[in-house]
Design a binder for this molecule. Structure first.
Ligand code: GLC
Length: 534
């Protein structure tokens, strides 16, 4: 049965934020040769799939998510030879490479937009979204930009507004235009022909907007501390039915190549998220990112419910996936604390479906406070009173106890955590109780046990403190996982059959090898994985 599973179902995805992984030319910014030099580390960790945030030429208004050339490499990260070397080194190790693809918008310096804004009758005018002012000169509608303020920018020269869901330096493409579709699919071909194994599609649910550009409903519960985009509900600006046709075209292209895959970045509730697997025949994204573990309150009952809801909502052939962090969100160890982050790791790596690890998560890296005068992220800069900067979760990887933790000998583009001399790959490697050791054990166990890779998810028990579930594949050992989501002790007592087994992995290494009979006591912040005998 194992043979029917594909690489992106079996293996673990590791997200690299390239600016912060490893600097090789000592300019303070990470780069592609830097990543190559750290592939052995990822291999040792048991990682087979690498997703790299955008590496294309960009003015870096949004640190690479504003692309000015889709078919080249930004000089700060290297050049095409470095990219070719990277993909070769990755494939030589039996690993896969997923590129970040940003089809919703370009940089305002992209030649397409420069042409588009040059005159109203330019052939590329309709590649972007241009609208007249409403009567009286007001904005075309009430849509808001994610990074502050309205989503419309006035162009003095041609006297129209253009739409940008993010920065004004990131104009949205008009995906209703077949020429845009063709250009984007050609760009995907370019990278697929180079051997790229998949794409993570940026803001997939944004790609098509309401044809009539109706006003979004106003949010009556908006409060001033929230990002300004929360003033309205994005009913007409995102998640339009026509988006599925676009995703399907991308998928059809991917399917003409062998074993490629596509992840969709989608922040939507489960009932909407699952439509991105495809509205018919599962011909949408292979993995619509499931962000529940980063959005939900860290509460045993809420999380248990969400897992069950997700499992129950998936289409028959839809493969699950789980995420604890990314470059846009507070790191898990900062959000729920370092002890619960160990429980989160156990959950991530024992649930059914493909896990994604954000670089540094495996070290328990925490967000780094960045003083306002050092803030670089536009989301932070544009809404300065709301503390929304994403820089804290993007700081350099902590490799060793040398200056700047081995990331660079130059001034790093963002400051490092002050604990880097004691908390880093080298120190954690030799510490059996470290987060890195826990991740390594979890990954080794997961990758060697059919039940953990492919088995059913069977919920056993949940209360206000703990979640217990079984993972079981036919004909293989079953595992009982019990996780305490609080700092308070508790005990697990089976509500059904009597389980007998042995603890094979625990957040507390000294529990390994203990037998379980009738009930099992757990300290606060403790979790166990038990191989069952019956
Ligand atoms: C996605 C990216 C984020 C970026 C935004 C606009 O959400 O993850 O980093 O700022 O899209 O491209």
């Amino acid at each position: 049965m194992e043979e029917k599973y594909l690489w992106w179902q079996k293996e673990i995805i590791y997200q690299i934020y390239p600016r912060s992984f490893q600097d090789s030319n000592q300019d303070g910014v990470g780069d592609l040769p830097g990543i190559i030099s750290r592939l052995d580390y990822l291999q040792e960790l048991g990682i087979k799939i690498i997703w790299i945030s955008p590496i294309y030429p960009s003015p870096m208004a949004d640190f690479g998510y504003d692309i000015s050339d889709y078919e080249d490499i930004a000089p700060v990260f290297g050049n095409m030879n470095d990219f070719d070397a990277l993909i070769k080194e990755i494939h030589n190790r039996g690993m896969k490479l997923i590129l970040d693809l940003v089809p919703n918008h370009t940089s305002d310096r992209h030649p397409w937009f420069i042409e588009s804004r040059s005159s109203r009758d330019n052939p590329k005018r309709n590649w972007y979204i241009w609208k007249d002012a409403r009567e009286g000169g007001s904005l075309p509608n009430n849509w808001m930009a994610a990074f502050g303020g309205p989503a419309w920018e006035w162009d003095q020269q041609t006297e129209q507004y253009y739409y940008h869901a993010f920065l004004k330096e990131q104009p949205d493409l008009n995906w209703r235009n077949p020429e845009v579709q063709e250009a984007m699919l050609n760009m995907m071909r370019f990278w697929l022909n180079k051997g790229v194994d998949g794409f993570r599609i940026d803001v997939m649910w944004h790609m098509i907007k309401d044809e009539q550009f109706r006003d979004n409903p106003v949010n009556p519960d908006y409060q001033s501390h929230m990002p300004t985009c929360n003033m309205v509900f994005e009913v007409y600006s995102t998640d339009q039915p026509e988006v599925h046709g676009i995703v399907n075209k991308m998928r059809q292209l991917m399917d003409t190549y062998s074993e490629r895959m596509m992840i969709g970045e989608i922040y939507l509730p489960i009932n909407k998220l699952i439509s991105y697997y495809g509205t018919s025949d599962n011909k949408g994204a292979h993995l619509p990112f499931n962000f529940q573990l980063l959005m939900l309150q860290w509460d045993a009952r809420k999380i248990a419910f969400a897992i069950t809801e997700y499992e129950g909502s998936l289409p028959a052939e839809g493969w699950p996936n789980w995420v604890l962090g990314n470059h846009d969100q507070v790191r898990i160890a900062s959000r729920i604390g370092k002890d619960q982050a160990r429980i989160a790791a156990m959950l991530l790596l024992t649930l059914r479906g493909t896990p994604t690890i954000y670089y540094g998560e495996e070290l328990g890296m925490r967000d780094v406070p960045i003083p306002f005068e050092e803030v670089l992220d536009p989301q932070g800069l544009n809404m300065p009173d709301k503390n929304l900067s994403r820089d804290p979760a993007r700081t350099p990887m902590q490799w060793d106890n040398s200056t700047n933790s081995g990331f660079t000998t130059a001034k790093p583009w963002l400051r490092l955590h002050r604990n880097y001399r004691s908390h880093n790959v080298e120190s954690e490697r030799i510490d059996k109780t470290s987060m890195l050791s826990l991740y390594k054990e979890l990954i080794t166990l997961r990758q060697s046990e059919a039940s953990l890779l492919y088995g059913h998810y069977i919920p056993i028990y949940t209360d206000q403190q703990m979640i217990a579930y079984i993972r079981q594949a036919d004909g293989h050992d079953r595992f009982l996982i019990i996780l305490n989501f609080t700092h308070k002790p508790c005990y697990f007592k089976s509500p059904h059959e009597i389980y007998n087994g042995t603890i094979v992995l625990s957040s507390s290494p000294d529990l390994v090898g203990q037998a379980m009979h009738y009930s099992i006591p757990l300290y606060g912040d403790e979790g166990v994985i038990i191989r069952l005998e019956n």
